[in-house]
Design a protein around this ligand. Sequence first.
Ligand code: XMP
Length: 317
Amino acid sequence: SWTVQSFIETTVAAIRARVGQGKVICALSGGVDSSVTAALVHRAVGKQLTCIHVDTGLMRSGESDAVIRFFSSQSELTLVDIDASDFFLSRLRGVTSPEEKRRQIGHGFIEIFEREANKLGEVHFLAQGTLYPDVIESVTFRGKAPIKSHHNVGGLPERMRLELVEPLRDLFKDEVRLLGLELGLPKEAILRQPFPGPGLGIRIMGEITAERLAVLRLADAIVLEEIKNTGWYDKVWQSFAVLLPIRTVGVMGDSRTYEHVIALRAVDSKDAMTADWSRLPYEVLARISNRIINEVRGVNRVVYDISSKPPATIEWE
Ligand code: XMP
């Protein structure tokens, strides 16, 4: 039967056998999947692993800090930390289509990652936190396009002639979390809600600008703070804000306003393959809405998304 301990032992041995004396690189986003992958590979091959963190500027406020801090404090782990926020903003200028955003973010990521990786000399392996649901959803089904093209370091392995090391390929998220805890990763990082690779980029409908990012990041921080304070963070699968590409009329004092709309999304799920909207109490919704409208300049309306997956998806793009 599957136990966390036996999985770790078998996987570490398998990685060691496969990698030999080779060098491994790993993109460390700060998320659960890449953190657990890095920890497993590090346990297997130690100094032969170098992790690269690329800050796309599309992260939530404070999102990856804890994990980056944790990995930097592991003295034998090599971590390269790159700030690429201006690069990504310029790549995304004028881009509004969801798949084009994913493409730009994915390709931009590969470009930066490849540049850093090339500085390391000869690398043989790329470790990646691909999960079972990623494998399924990215596979072409009966000639139909994938549902969403998932963001990973796709394309890079062939170009750099790298072999993939994907120790989480057969696992679901809840199993990966158990692994992470067993590997001694920080609890708050491991029990963190999932966050997509393209980040806030696919939660801003329409064009991604520094100004719109700032609006969403602030609204999103309020959502998370309230969801945590009211004890709902661990009860829902994901909870976040989405910035809509429309303005609506409101009133403040004696004047008419014409401002942004924030959509609130909270879902229950076991593995992200299906999901239902969370029945958050009205009082929690009210608090979040009031705080966003009062504290985020440029927002005068908040709506709650009550769609299930399928036919909707968890993310809006
Ligand atoms: P959807 O929106 O397809 O999302 O119902 C299912 C789960 O996957 C996450 N997601 C992504 N994760 N890169 C990722 O790493 C992506 O491009 C991506 N798109 C969606 C989403 O947050 C949810 O947990």
